[in-house]
Design a protein around this ligand. Structure first.
Ligand SMILES: O=P(O)(O)OC[C@H]1O[C@H](OP(=O)(O)OP(=O)(O)O)[C@H](O)[C@@H]1O
Ligand code: HPA
Length: 180
């Protein structure tokens, strides 16, 4: 079994890249059907979502699509602080647009709830939420998710953009913590 050590924690292989890629392909196909002629604006939530967003966006074959980036952070180490800090905001005009928020993971739901509140105040036509991963057992907020890649158990994970204290984002596969 493939294992990695990051700082003080050991992680074991959990989701191989091939599985991630096939989920992203399915999601992109669904979006290509559902978002045609809607001039969608994709919003990638940095840092964690950069790999997922790149993998997905290159499979979006709608020529009227745009992408932009927002930087939010709420995690310190492997725990949420419950306090979402905005580090780079939205500069694009959101009013009247179909917006698709791209998240690597919805865990407690605090981050996505915060983004939704901000976007609602900007009068979009509609907001869709896409997440590569969802931890249903960790969810504390009621949020409607339109595109979900995989549902996973409530264990801390790293890789494919997700970090432990800044490290592990460059792992191609996703790993889950051992004996936390
Ligand atoms: O549902 P939640 O419990 O809010 O967790 C999800 C958020 O946590 C992570 O971001 P983080 O705050 O760690 O910042 P990062 O993307 O820069 O690592 C992840 O990328 C999501 O944005
Ligand atoms: O399990 C996780 N790993 C890394 N970052 C995260 N942000 C929310 N949940 C996680």
């Amino acid at each position: 079994m493939k294992q990695v050590k990051i700082l003080d924690k050991e992680f074991k292989l959990f989701i191989p890249y091939e599985k991630i890629r096939s989920e992203v392909e399915k999601m992109a196909e669904k979006m290509n059907n559902e978002l045609a002629n809607k001039n969608p604006l994709f919003i990638c939530i940095l840092n964690g979502s950069f790999m997922f967003a790149a993998e997905l966006f290159k499979r979006i074959d709608l020529l009227d699509s745009e992408i932009t980036f927002v930087k939010l952070a709420s995690y310190e180490g492997d725990k949420t602080t419950g306090n979402v800090k905005q580090l780079i905001g939205i500069n694009e005009k959101i009013e009247g647009r179909t917006v698709v928020v791209l998240e690597d993971i919805v865990d407690t739901g605090i981050t996505i709830e915060n983004i939704l509140k901000q976007l609602e105040g900007m009068n979009p036509k509609e907001v869709k939420i896409a997440t590569l991963l969802l931890k249903p057992d960790a969810l504390q907020k009621q949020v409607q998710l339109d595109y979900i890649g995989l549902e996973i158990p409530n264990d801390f994970i790293v890789g494919y953009g997700l970090d432990y204290d800044g490290y592990g984002r460059n792992l191609i596969d996703i790993y889950s913590v051992i004996n936390d």
